[in-house]
Design a protein around this ligand. Sequence first.
Ligand SMILES: Cc1cc2nc3c(=O)[nH]c(=O)nc-3n(C[C@H](O)[C@H](O)[C@H](O)COP(=O)(O)O)c2cc1C
Length: 191
Amino acid sequence: MTAEFTTIANIIQNRRTVKAFMMNGQKAPNAHVAALLELADWAPTHGYTEPWRFTVYETPAEFCVAHANLYKDNTAGSEFAEGVYNNLRAQGDKASHVIIATMKRGNLPKIPAFEEKAAVSCAIQNILLGATALNMASFWSTGGMALKPAMKEFLGLDDEDQVMGILYLGYSDEHPAGKRTVPLAEKVKWH
Ligand SMILES: Cc1cc2nc3c(=O)[nH]c(=O)nc-3n(C[C@H](O)[C@H](O)[C@H](O)COP(=O)(O)O)c2cc1C
């Protein structure tokens, strides 16, 4: 093993989902977030479609208020829950930045949509790992309105594009313990 392996293994294993409400309100320099986006841009990409796109909010409340309003405006009165609205509105209050990661579907016939989603997922993981290396907390969410047509419209996406996640970035005083519930040996067939 190399020193580089040990370094990256520590980062990969120490990355934990830290939900936005567990963050502590500390702000990250925009330059750090820009550096994370540079890492995202080095994700693998079949056919160089480079399908990752990011919408960055350096003031999370700006997105969260819009997110809550999307919920309100697109939820039938009988289904609307004030608690959900309030949670969405306050979700980023202790985060530093919100990044919405989307997949821009390309037009190369040999590249199926799943490969473009896979590439964006790799780009997202680059952000999460980079954040871990900067002692930042991160939360990849597909909750709330993230996967609803109203969010696509809000972001100006085309039909074939896909919202891949709402990433909350910040700092936290807590570091949840990680767990995996299925032994690796059950996930691997080694011939
Ligand atoms: C595509 C994707 C979407 C996710 N969406 C949510 C979500 O909406 N809400 C949530 O609590 N966690 C979400 N997560 C985070 C997982 O819950 C988390 O990764 C899992 O609990 C394992 O914890 P760890 O990331 O600390 O290893 C998502 C993860 C992925 C990969």
